[in-house]
Write a protein that binds this ligand. Structure first.
Ligand SMILES: [Zn+2]
Length: 645
């Protein structure tokens, strides 16, 4: 019997139970076998008889018609054998996965072994009782204030929201309580898995709020100043001030290359106004992180997001390797289209030839506009489509929709979000629905967050009734959002005509692959640049930005090396959402892995599996264990890359 931590590395303390290394290896073998069979079968069925016939006819001189019958029979037999083996492999794999889940369930239910708590463990349980009640109260107040402020835009509600956030931060900044929790946790023995997990989360909530007050104040002031510059800066082009949106529109319509360059440069102007200020902020953030014992702010953020930095980098290194050849191929195709559009050779294309100033989105497809499927619907119908879909897979989106605020209104927040008001069944979405593909995607996306929140096991302690990780809830939301452009879904739920959909199905698929690949390579740029930024803020960041963009996005440096401008600093995320971008890409990886595990059929079984294996566990185990629990394997970029081939 091997130590279970080789199988579930995140749960180091799991005692031995009936899961051996052999068992894990069999699972991996069967998964690979199933994947090979399921990927290759349609290809074989389509191509084999024909190619084989030709080979035999030409080489062996046997009459073609006879050959065709014999070889078709052989092919059918082979396909039947592959099908049966595949089905058996799937059944076996499912059985193994079920056993894995039972093992996890037993461990996280705390029933693996009888435990005797020592005095410290009992004190932790007592502390947790008080803590859960306090946090529940604070959470409800904050959620209500956020909901009120975002739906009404009233100043009083905004002030209430800020005060509620501050109250929670102050509560968790108590250094004495933090030290006590740390001390008790070090000496406690016999604590059951759920309480241990709740205590871990409680300690982390305090750890995050231990920054010295003066540094915290300084960071808020510095980032507010930079945010204000971002908000008020107006790029100047031809001596006139413009808004970013105007320039983006001009860029996508412009066919003259030098004019495009001028617009693109105007979009990056703000970088020169803020780059030194951002570097100063980075240094203060690093100082704060070092006070808490971290090497720098990047490392602190990543660890506070429950990642092991080495593990996160490994995943992104694998992602880089798996997607680079696909990206190269796709970009060559895209470049030849753009070269044709601008009438220049493909190797003369510069960063301003891609409509998005950072090349983080795909230029629109010339063959299909997904908005065509939604243009003639009312905004109410968009919500009804989502309701019909979630009903079909038996997930309670209706319960979310009836409390939600779906349509535009003066004073209301113009974006979209999902909020769990009390972690007891009151979940709401805020949307500003319009009859467009983007809003169909958003309604499904926020609905996905909503049904995830509603599905948490209500027996868990209050502070564990949240998703396993930011990226798991984003992954579920992306899984649903992507349906809005899926050909089969468009016919079944959005009422599109099968003929229209068939005509553009290939273009829809190609555009989705482009979008996924382009965003994925951009997320690599953000991850590696930001890591370097915090590790060495005094480096030549202007040059570094283009080194990294060249490596991952295959973009050309716009000027001679050493003459670069501060293009990097024109991305506001370094200030407003630092060290966060990787979570979006991790969500895409998890969504692809869910599709590979549960299939893409929208039925009651699909909904039930999501509910039982993904939503219910909530935060009761570390995300590494959770991904194995819900999909039977560790998180891997393999499934994401496979969808893009
Ligand atoms: Zn989301």
């Amino acid at each position: 019997m091997v130590c279970a931590s080789t199988i579930f590395p995140a749960a180091n303390s799991i005692p031995d139970y009936a899961v051996t290394r052999l068992y894990q290896e069999r699972l991996v073998f069967l998964c690979q076998m199933y994947n090979t069979v399921s990927c290759k079968m349609p290809y074989l069925a389509k191509r084999w008889p024909f190619r084989y016939n030709r080979l035999v006819c030409f080489n062996l001189q046997i009459p073609y018609s006879m050959n065709r019958t014999i070889l078709s029979c052989c092919s059918l037999l082979l396909i039947a054998i592959l099908f049966i083996t595949g089905t058996l492999a799937v059944a076996q794999e499912n059985r193994l996965r079920d056993r894995l889940r039972v093992a996890f369930d037993r461990y996280y239910a705390g029933t693996v072994a009888e435990r005797t708590m020592n005095a410290e463990a009992r004190e932790i349980v007592q502390m947790l009782n008080t803590y859960q009640a306090d946090v529940r109260e604070m959470h409800k107040n904050t959620a209500q204030a956020i909901w009120d402020s975002r739906t009404t835009g009233e100043t009083e509600a905004f002030q209430r929201a800020a005060a509620a956030r501050l109250a929670s931060a102050t509560y968790h900044s108590n250094a004495g309580t933090y030290a006590k929790i740390k001390n008790l946790r070090e000496r406690a023995t016999g604590l059951d898995a759920i309480n241990a997990r709740a205590a871990d989360r409680m300690e982390k909530a305090f750890a995050r709020n231990q920054l010295p007050e003066d540094l915290q104040k300084k960071m808020v002031e510095m980032s507010s100043e930079i945010e204000q510059i971002f908000q008020t800066h107006r790029p100047v082009l031809d001596g006139w001030e413009h808004t970013n949106n105007d320039l983006l529109e001009m860029l996508s319509a412009e066919n003259d290359c030098s004019r495009r360059q001028a617009i693109w440069e105007a979009l990056k102007q703000v970088g020169e106004a803020v780059d030194e200020k951002i570097v100063a902020l980075v240094k203060v953030r690093n100082q704060a992180a070092r006070e808490l014992g971290f090497a720098n702010f990047w490392e602190m953020q990543v660890i506070f997001q429950d990642y092991d930095p080495a593990e996160l980098l490994n995943i992104f290194n694998d992602l880089d390797k798996a997607t680079l050849p696909l990206f190269e191929k796709m970009k060559a195709q895209l470049d030849s289209e753009l070269a044709q559009r601008f009438g220049i050779p493909a190797d003369h294309l510069m960063p301003w030839h891609y409509d998005n100033p950072f090349f983080q989105e795909a230029p629109p497809s010339k063959d299909v506009d997904p908005n065509d499927f939604y243009r003639n619907k009312s905004k109410e119908e968009i919500v009804e489509i989502a309701q019909r879909y979630f009903r079909r897979i038996n997930l309670p989106f209706d319960k979310v929709a009836e409390r939600s605020d779906m349509f535009e209104r003066p004073g209301k927040d113009q974006h979209a979000f999902s909020i769990d008001m009390d972690r007891e069944g009151d979940v709401r979405n805020l949307n500003n629905v319009k009859p467009t593909a983007r809003w169909m995607d958003t309604v499904l996306h926020e609905g996905g967050h909503g049904v995830y929140s509603l599905g948490h096991d209500s027996n868990l302690p209050f502070n564990l009734r949240v998703p396993a990780h930011i990226f798991t809830t984003e992954g579920v939301a992306m899984l649903f959002g992507a349906k809005a452009k899926e050909p089969r879904w468009l016919v079944t739920y959005a009422g599109a005509s099968p003929r229209d959909v068939r005509r553009v199905a290939r273009a829809l698929e190609q555009q989705r692959i482009r979008e996924q690949l382009i965003f994925c390579r951009w997320s690599l740029v953000m991850l590696y640049f930001e890591k370097e930024l915090y590790e060495n803020p005094d480096a030549d960041l202007k040059a570094l930005w283009w080194d990294i963009a060249g490596k991952y996005q295959l973009l050309k440096r716009p000027v001679q090396p050493g003459k670069e401008l501060a293009d990097w600093a024109s991305k506001p995320h370094f200030v407003i959402a630092p060290v966060y971008y990787h979570n979006y890409q991790m969500g895409e990886l998890y969504a692809a892995q869910l599709r590979a595990t549960f299939g893409t059929r929208d039925n009651v079984l699909f909904g039930r599996r999501l509910q039982e294996r993904v939503f219910a566990p909530a935060h009761r185990m570390p995300w590494q264990d959770f991904v194995r629990y819900s999909t039977g394997r560790p998180l891997s970029p393999e499934f994401f890359a496979r969808e893009l081939r």
